[in-house]
Ligand binder design. Structure first.
Ligand code: 13P
Ligand code: SF4
Length: 325
């Protein structure tokens, strides 16, 4: 099958019978192969519906660390599948489309980051999980949007901190903790694009609608938000809140679980500055149900990494998991 992986395509190109019931086929393959599907909230609704576990970056890495499955199909982006492989190196980790990257991870090449660290000696290096394994290998502690505040607070007050690669999350954590941190200048292409002007107009039309935002958003959006949190925190907020209407400033995939959990409530995706569908993450959306089926059937594309790199990167991820308990 190797020849079917078109290197420039990043996924197996196989003709799939259009009459196949992909849900039934994927369920059958999962049982036969002792495989699980881990999906991020930003995946398409049908991928979320076939997943064994849906979660945010922290939940997904915790799940990858503890699963007894032989195969993990990671329905998310490359750095997430890499993290799963690093935590479960003996397991086969598959990603339906290898091109599913991340603008934050891309903003922080390891060689430039290494230079940055040298320019700021004696700093504790904290990296958001949205970075490459090479960057994690240069990092002391990895964080996600769920635990960044707690982990930054755990660093002794006399220690200086580098925070990479998301400058918006970094600025938000500086505000929350009062800690000064040196920030890498990266952003998420989805979360930086929301239009405050359009959000305010929606609020004026929908009086009482609450703005909920992911901390990867720009400060101007966060300042107006009624609630800020990771994707799991945003979902839980909408479930517990007595409010009925929410403007959701994060990737649109999360609306599927919000609508499922609270069918009586209204969820409005926060609009981007232009008329594109920029609040759909183009990387996350490269995965499709068909690619997931083909990838599980032929067990490709697989995440393969040098053992030495995995061993180096594991330390900062394990530290995060310990500090998250
Ligand atoms: P969380 O999963 O931590 O909410 O982060 C969102 C994100 O942008 C993942 O790429
Ligand atoms: Fe990366 Fe942003 Fe896409 Fe998440 S939503 S994978 S941070 S580009």
């Amino acid at each position: 099958m190797e020849s079917l992986v078109l290197k420039e395509k990043g996924y197996l190109e196989v003709d799939v019978d259009p009459t196949l019931d992909l849900f039934a086929e994927i369920s059958k393959l999962k049982k036969e192969k002792n495989a699980i599907v881990l999906a991020h909230y930003y995946q398409d609704a049908d991928i979320q519906d076939i997943a064994d576990y849906i979660g945010d970056s922290l939940g997904l890495s915790q799940e990858a660390a503890k699963t007894n499955a032989d195969i993990i199909v990671f329905a998310g982006v490359h750095f997430m599948a890499e993290t799963a492989k690093i935590l479960s190196p003996q397991k086969k980790v598959l990603l339906p489309d290898l091109r599913a990257g991340c603008s934050l991870a891309d903003s922080c090449p390891a060689d430039r980051f290494e230079e940055f660290i040298k320019q700021h000696p004696d700093h504790v290096v904290i990296s958001y999980v949205n970075c490459s394994a090479e960057v994690k290998a240069l990092t002391d502690i990895v964080v996600t949007s769920s635990n960044a505040e707690k982990i930054v607070n755990s660093v002794p007050k006399d220690k200086k901190i580098i925070f990479a690669p998301d400058k918006n999350l970094g600025a938000y954590i500086i505000k929350k903790t009062g800690r000064q941190m040196v920030l890498w200048n990266g952003t998420c292409m989805v979360h930086e694009i929301f239009s405050l002007e359009k959000i305010i107009k929606i609020k004026e039309k929908n009086l009482g609608a609450k703005l909920i935002a992911h901390p990867e958003c720009d400060n101007s959006i966060l300042e107006q938000a009624d609630f800020i949190g990771s994707t799991t925190a945003l979902l839980n907020f909408t479930i517990k809140s007595p409010d009925k209407e929410f403007i959701v400033a994060t990737e649109t995939g999360i609306l599927h679980q919000m609508e499922k959990a609270s069918p009586d409530k209204i969820f409005i995706p926060a609009p981007p500055t232009n008329n594109c569908a920029c609040n759909d993450c183009p990387h996350m959306k490269l995965n499709t149900l068909e690619k997931l089926y083909v990838c599980l059937k032929y067990e490709q594309p697989e995440i393969i990494m040098p053992v030495e790199l995995m061993n180096k990167a594991r330390k900062s991820i394990t530290r995060m998991l310990e500090l998250s308990n």
